[in-house]
Design a binder for this molecule. Sequence first.
Ligand code: SAM
Length: 469
Amino acid sequence: AGISPFLDPGPRTRPNSLALAHVSRDSIQPVYLQDASGTVDGYAEGAVINTRFGSFPHSTLLDKPWGSQIRASIVDTGSRGRKRKLDSSADGEASNNGAGSPTSEVTTTKDLRTAPSGFIHILPPTPEIWTTSLPHRTQVVYTPDYSYILHRIRARPGMKIIEAGAGSGSFTHASARAVYNGSPKHAHDAKGKVFSFEFNQDRYQKMRKEIEDHRLEGIVDITHRDVYKDGFLVHGESPEAECVFLDLPAPWKALPHLSRRKPTPSELSTGELDTLNTTESGWKSPLRADRTAHICTFSPCIEQVTKTIDVMRRLGWMEIEMVEVAHRRIIVSRERVGLNLPPGERGMNQTAANVEEAVGKLKEIEGRFKKFHGQTHDADANMDEDDDDETANHNKHSNGNGNGKSKGTSLKNGTDDSLSVKPWMAGRLAHRTDPELKTHTSYLVFAVLPQEWTEAQEMAAFEMWPCGK
Ligand code: SAM
């Protein structure tokens, strides 16, 4: 119970709650932290995250301030004189911490002892990190797109959003946070809401479970539905939505259901009208009547865009505009000297092993350099400790930023003529575009449907103006 960790993670990690283990730049693993009581035979280190940088019993991850660095454990369970029991179902490989946490395992003492030592950071769940670590069931909407979409469809605290299809839930999590109004304390009573629709049975079930596990039930309402056929009412009632996001193969087939009144034969062809099985008098719009509705459709092909816009026009949607978000990340790095790495493995792509080897070489060069110049003191007393960090999983600091080790040294015009210059500070600054940046490039079509405007409202507005009298 309690509020979703996506909405309010609190200051520290908690048992039975989702956390994201940041293993390396390319690896973030979702994990439901378990306390000792939830583990096999009550052994404190029963549930363990195993990574190539070492093993991390959940007991070492609990009650830590978010963002903490956690060192890998060397656990001596043998000294208890009892042999650790393995999960019999999968010979020690089965996850014992629930869905969505594929990396937590019951492990053997031997595994822990032989694991290389490194560290991870334990991060609070956010929609952005979830998007990069979630189990993919479909193509997903990535942060550069959904941040822009949520802004354009005016998703704000307290608003109601219709979303279809739910897919892997990437957009769902971002929109849940956008409409959450921060109070009251339990998300169940929150006013803002995401009405999500998915017609694939398996994905629908997984989404339901995820929403429950992430304690988003009060904000996200998921319905198993083919929206082309059956529209967007929930239990026969209108969600009263102000914002709509359609990530569907054929958004134009869902649009007729979003009208304020039943579309007429002058607006839609017979085929298009076929799916609307309500009478005009029985028609309920899923949109809030007294507000302008904002929509975004997300389609990879221009043919889908033209069909969508054609139907939008006929149904009275206005201010139709298409946008493509082209996001690039520029990586600035220093070209390393003295490294015999193949070109493809230089810069940001260096593996931890390469970095370890490289730092070793650099230390050797530095030692020779100092010896040659008769230097006896070490300017960086804690450099060794820091370098241990470098040699573990955090290769990005050692090759990406180029700013983590400056410590009072300076590089004059790119040359290393100063005695205080560290060898790894030498080298030309270079920049390039990150080729691994994940964005699902699609065309975004935005439009608005003006609020309902009855004759009575027209009269009332007319009478408000002095010239109308
Ligand atoms: N936006 C999602 C995300 O960020 O994770 C990804 C959506 S995925 C690309 C499209 C989803 O729409 C699929 O899961 C598919 O099953 C669902 N879908 C397709 N046609 C549908 C329909 N007629 N009604 C409801 N869902 C539908």
